[in-house]
Design a binder for this molecule. Structure first.
Ligand code: GDP
Length: 298
């Protein structure tokens, strides 16, 4: 069992043996390197990233005796180095209204994230309009309306089952007429029918571009961090459907090990604009690479 323990952090097991007292230092040999790789893979980092991270940590240090603290620092530095380039707040463009298209599979936290973002924008003095673009899920529209009320932001909806592209177009028209700063468009996330979904998203994008060729200004992919390596295939899928410009990682307050963020950054280099750290309206935080690295390392 190579699952990282909470007490010793991710690397705790390198310095403990069953039935023996934990050691403070250990010689970095092939055995330890292999164990390190296993721990990193078990943290959701994915095989490729885990092997590269372990190899960078070991470079020039084979045969040296390392303390728990030294190896933790090496890992934290390596993780910070990978994550720093992707830690970027959502870019705001002078264009008004700025269109933020929000994509992701059902259950990833799209609705919640839109509500949290709308609330943050409102607090920053921006006027926001939300379009409930998942017109086939009545429950999703209702949820979004609840979040709209919480954030103090109007939510535009259409009849159940109606064309999301038409709604997006009408919403952009209204946002323009109202002089809104931002339009956030929710979208469907039923991956069971990819071809349909791809066509639907493509049409939404095509239609809003008829009004504003520069839109959408941001296409946010919301990913549930607790789905581990699945998040990687979701990026690949949604990138085929839309020009994803950035990520929001949700549910990092739970049991998610978070290693998948390192894999995502290493593999795709997409900006992480924010992280979800709970179910309440204020539970959306900027992504801080150093805090993240420290939390992951333990
Ligand atoms: P959607 O189907 O993608 O729109 O997903 P929802 O926004 O409805 O979220 C699905 C579930 O995840 C809900 O129960 C949310 O409360 C929960 N959720 C969303 N974001 C977070 C988060 O950052 N932390 C936690 N703990 N739960 C979250």
């Amino acid at each position: 069992d190579t699952k990282p323990t909470r007490e010793g952090g991710l690397l705790g097991r390198l310095f403990t043996r069953p039935g023996a007292a934990p050691v403070v230092r250990r010689t970095l040999d092939d055995d330890m390197l292999e164990q390190l790789e296993e721990l990193l893979i078990a943290s959701d980092m994915g095989v490729d990233t885990a092997l590269r991270v372990a190899s960078n940590m070991a470079e020039g240090r084979m045969g040296k005796r390392l303390s728990t603290q030294e190896i933790k620092t090496l890992l934290a530095d390596e993780v910070t180095r990978i994550m720093e380039p992707v830690a970027k707040p959502l870019p705001l463009f002078p264009k008004k209204p700025q269109v933020v298209l929000v994509v992701g599979v059902n259950g990833s936290g799209k609705t919640t994230t839109i509500g949290k973002l709308a609330s943050q924008f409102r607090a920053a003095g921006k006027s926001v309009v939300i379009a409930a673009g998942d017109t086939f899920r009545a429950a999703a529209v209702e949820q979004l309306e609840v979040w709209g009320q919480r954030a103090g932001v109007p939510v535009l909806k259409a009849a159940e089952g109606s064309d999301p592209a038409a709604l997006a177009f009408d919403a952009l028209t209204k946002a323009e007429a109202d002089g809104a700063d931002l339009l956030m468009i929710d979208t469907a996330g039923r991956l069971q029918n990819r071809a349909d979904l791809m066509e639907e998203l493509a049409k939404v994008i095509r239609v809003i571009r008829k009004k504003d060729p520069s839109a959408p200004h941001n296409t946010l992919l919301v990913l549930d961090a607790t789905t581990g390596q699945n998040a990687l295939s979701q990026v690949e899928t949604f990138r085929k459907m839309a020009d994803v410009t950035g990520l929001v990682m949700t549910k990092l307050d739970g049991t998610a090990k978070g290693g998948v963020l390192v894999a995502l950054a290493d593999k795709f280099g997409l900006p992480i604009h924010a992280i979800g750290v709970g179910e309440q309206i204020d539970d959306l935080a900027p992504f801080d690479p150093q805090d993240f690295a420290r939390a992951l390392t333990g």
